[in-house]
Design a protein around this ligand. Sequence first.
Ligand SMILES: Nc1ncnc2c1ncn2[C@@H]1O[C@H](COP(=O)(O)OP(=O)(O)O)[C@@H](O)[C@H]1O
Ligand SMILES: [Mg+2]
Length: 272
Amino acid sequence: MKISICGKGGSGKSTVVTLLALEARDRGYRPVVVDTDESNVVLYRMLGLPQPPVSLVELAGGKKMVRKLMPPKYEPKEPALDTNVLSRERLSLADIPSANVAEKDGVRLITIGKILQPLEGCACPMGVLGREFLARLQLEKDEIVIVDTEAGVEHFGRGVETSIDCVLIVVEPSFESLALAEKVKQLAGGLGLEKIWAVLNKANSDEMVSKLSRQLTQRGIAVIGSVPYDEEIFDACLEGKALAIGNTKAEIKKIFDTIIKGALTETTKAGS
Ligand SMILES: Nc1ncnc2c1ncn2[C@@H]1O[C@H](COP(=O)(O)OP(=O)(O)O)[C@@H](O)[C@H]1O
Ligand SMILES: [Mg+2]
């Protein structure tokens, strides 16, 4: 199963990614976080890792090599490049060199690539690499990929979600976040995706949860859980420390259960 987590900048995407990965691990799955956000430089810290893995862009040999290794179907591959693992049509996680996969207590992290230099050019090659890598990646039954995306909707334009099973939109209490959720629903639907759910984050009263849920339901988006505002999470984010599920356990468990069940029940169906 491949899950994509998206939403507005600062809404809590990376937080939800981390908490879901920890929950998946605790439930006996082998979660792999795929970081497709070229701007966030601290996801590895949230996962408690001492350093990030070497990015897949570096494994490819740099941004310029990405299109050569992973050309669109109509462009013939240059045979000499077949030695690079990324040029394979089908990949398993075991194929990825250990330098490109960081692991902490059963949670693995793969990073597509980061913008490192001023004037280094756009991040389009990262988009191609993220999309192709996810599409080529074959999972074992107990492996779950959780994709952390960059803020906004550009990743839909890049087609990162073409091989995704389920999209989770993280919504914080703001109109901008609600409006973006509607846009995400539309774009994900346009890719043929049906499992598009919202998770509320940082809504710190029942009234706020009801209000946001109502707004999302009106937009045709089902809410499958609400991660409360949590001081421990806030402090860990402030200090760059590993996140722990802690007080959010019950909600994260509920959200994870719905994802695993993989289908809307009557109670989670928007509008019901
Ligand atoms: N459930 C939460 N409780 C408390 N603070 C949170 C929570 N979720 C996110 N935050 C705060 O919001 C900030 C942004 O979260 P983050 O997951 O990095 O957002 P995104 O990945 O969407 O940009 C964090 O640095 C933290 O301060
Ligand atoms: Mg983030």
